[in-house]
Design a binder for this molecule. Structure first.
Ligand code: ADP
Ligand code: MG
Length: 342
């Protein structure tokens, strides 16, 4: 356009709005998988089977045994800002589900071929909807229960984004990591994961300790101190490894806030500080920690991916995590070194 041409303001088309939103939510196949797994768990699923092809770029297929969706809800599931999880500001401030923004499926559908097949407990049969081809209105389908979502050819229509993807193996590794986080948070659910037709992981329903041992191994587990500390409405539980099991990288650091995996500066700092006196600065602690608090005390609506959180009482949370962890880490050392005990 010439320099004196005035570009007029116009509303963006829906598809473009969704593709812009997808830039925030759908960074790579693993972020698609995260959203889809969260939806399955929000739907009460206890068995979740994941099939990945070509690192998730070609296919991500997730089958769950959750509540399912009735026919009329299928088109709404793909619509932006449509959700079954909240309806008021009050709901938002007390949100207990993973999802609430109602934009994940709309975003994914804007950058991939997507189909949803779902059946509710009282449905006579399943219904299927897809964002391509003839099935853009629900059609009868076969499925015994729950929901199957298939996401194929990620970024097929946005090649610029596709260029940012790494190798299939790297993308699959990220998908596997996403499933681990979910599996650590939800030992009450069974998971399976396959890549290019071969089974990579199979987890049956169990308790938290067994799930952690299964995923992180007995090396971690045997060197880790269990903890369970409460103060007011704050509760910290999980396992923190002693320095003997420290790592060269941050690869075994799992922190969950109200069941949600987070990467949070404040929490990482509190943990680091609790290890300060016993761990060399070049080593990284390994831990699986669960912080629970009243949903009102934490804002998860900071970023679409929701791995950042904001605490109402940031100082209080920092102090609590630091002291709880420091005490647990110090106790066994005091036993090992009787001279240092008081
Ligand atoms: P959100 O999770 O924020 O509500 P999504 O775009 O992820 O938004 O999903 C939209 C809606 O689709 C959800 O609110 C839910 O009602 C429905 N949904 C998605 N996946 C499933 C599933 N696996 N089982 C049942 N319902 C689902
Ligand atoms: Mg969701």
């Amino acid at each position: 356009a010439s320099s004196n041409h005035i570009a007029r303001i116009q509303p963006l088309p829906d598809q473009l709005i969704n593709q812009i939103a997808a830039g925030e939510v759908v960074e790579r196949p693993a972020s698609v998988l995260k959203e889809v797994l969260e939806n399955s768990l929000d739907a009460g699923a206890r068995q979740i089977d994941v099939q990945i092809a070509a690192g998730g770029i070609k296919l991500i297929r997730v089958a769950d045994d959750g509540r399912g969706m009735p026919r009329e809800d299928l088109p709404l599931a793909l619509m932006r800002h449509a959700t079954s999880k909240i309806s008021t500001l009050d709901d938002l401030e007390h949100v207990a589900s993973f999802g609430f923004r109602g934009e994940a499926l709309a975003s994914i559908a804007a950058v991939a071929r997507l189909s949803l097949t779902s059946r509710t407990a009282d449905g006579e049969h399943a219904w299927r909807i897809s964002n391509t081809g003839a099935e853009q209105t629900p059609a009868p389908a076969a499925l015994t229960a729950g929901t199957v979502i298939e996401i194929a050819d990620l970024y097929y229509n946005t090649p610029a984004r596709r260029k940012f993807l790494k190798s299939e193996n790297t993308e699959f590794a990220h998908c596997q990591e996403t499933l681990w986080r979910m599996a650590l948070a939800r030992p009450d659910a069974a998971f399976s994961l396959s890549h290019n037709g071969s089974v990579k992981l199979r987890l049956t329903r169990t308790d938290g300790a067994r799930r952690i041992r299964e995923l992180l191994g007995s090396d971690f587990f045997d060197q880790a101190r269990p903890l369970e500390v409460s103060a007011g409405d704050l509760r910290l539980s999980g396992y923190a490894a002693l320095p003997a099991y420290s790592r060269a990288t941050r690869d075994e650091q799992y922190f969950f806030v109200n069941g949600r995996f987070v990467r949070d500066k404040l929490l990482t700092h509190a943990v680091r500080q609790a290890y300060a006196d016993i761990l060399h600065g070049s080593r990284h602690p390994a831990y699986v920690l669960f912080l629970e608090l009243d949903p009102y005390g934490v804002d998860v609506n900071v970023h679409p991916a929701k791995t950042e959180v904001r605490f109402r009482d940031a100082r209080g949370v920092h102090q609590f995590v630091f002291h709880a962890l420091q005490r647990v880490l110090a106790a066994p050392l005091a036993q090992l070194l009787p001279a240092a005990s008081s």
